[in-house]
Write a protein that binds this ligand. Structure first.
Ligand SMILES: Cc1cc2nc3c(=O)[nH]c(=O)nc-3n(C[C@H](O)[C@H](O)[C@H](O)COP(=O)(O)O)c2cc1C
Length: 215
């Protein structure tokens, strides 16, 4: 179905995709934004419920408000890291800056009521709606990388702050704020790895045979 070259391109984008924090102000064409959103919309979803919406924010004023919500949360989180001299929250601070720098922010939402109360397959594990939304976000991330664009995921904010700013109804979950733009420094490795925070675990350690823990 796929040539070797095509197959390699898929793996290349999977291995090279990175979470990015700094952006250039250069605008993104509408076609490219549409490509990325269309990639998201091809994601798998439980019972094919397609629970997502995409709020594409380009207004500077609204981006400032979103950055304020994230900054407020960053300061609240700093309490947990008092002993370490806020080293941890410094990284989150860069994310807040990214929200202001990037030409667009996309808020991806999840509507748990879409498809009615008996979405096929969602009865047993209700959070499969959020998982479906995460699949859409990963598609966006890969598509953005293939388009030469950088994307950063921001998940530290109070959901009600984001609901207020973007006028999202109370039953709809703001799952992610995604900063998207071009960057001068697309990281070669996860930034948290370069900063010696955490490194990728060995895959072999994570694979069990037949039973949990059995190697
Ligand atoms: C569900 C989810 C939420 C995330 N939230 C944040 C966040 O709030 N702030 C942040 O700096 N990075 C966030 N990230 C990005 C991760 O830190 C990043 O993916 C991880 O360090 C691995 O780096 P890589 O994406 O470049 O491989 C999030 C990623 C995921 C999947």
């Amino acid at each position: 179905m796929f040539s070797n070259e095509e197959k390699n391109a898929v793996y290349k984008v999977i291995y090279n995709r990175r979470d990015v924090r700094s952006f250039l102000p250069a605008p993104i064409s509408q076609d490219v934004i549409h490509n990325i959103l269309n990639a998201a919309h091809q994601a798998p979803s439980v019972g094919f419920m397609q629970p997502w919406n995409f709020i594409v924010v380009s207004s500077g004023e609204t981006k400032e408000k979103l950055a304020w919500a994230a900054e407020k949360e960053r300061r609240a989180l700093a309490i947990h890291y008092e002993d370490e001299g806020e080293k941890e929250t410094k990284f989150l601070g860069l994310k807040v800056q990214g929200l202001q720098e990037a030409p667009i922010t996309i808020c991806v939402t999840c509507d748990p009521t879409r498809g009615g109360s008996h979405v096929l397959g969602r009865n047993s594990i209700p959070e499969t709606d959020i998982l479906s939304t995460a699949c859409a976000i990963q598609n966006m991330w890969l598509a953005a990388c293939a388009e030469g664009l950088a994307m950063g995921w921001v998940s530290f904010y109070k959901k009600n702050d984001v609901r207020d700013i973007l006028e999202i109804p109370p039953h709809v979950e703001p799952v992610a704020l995604l900063s998207i733009g071009y960057t001068e420094n697309y990281p070669a490795a996860p930034i948290l790895e370069t900063a010696k925070w955490e490194k990728r675990r060995a895959l072999e350690d994570l694979i069990f045979k037949d039973k949990w823990g059995k190697k």
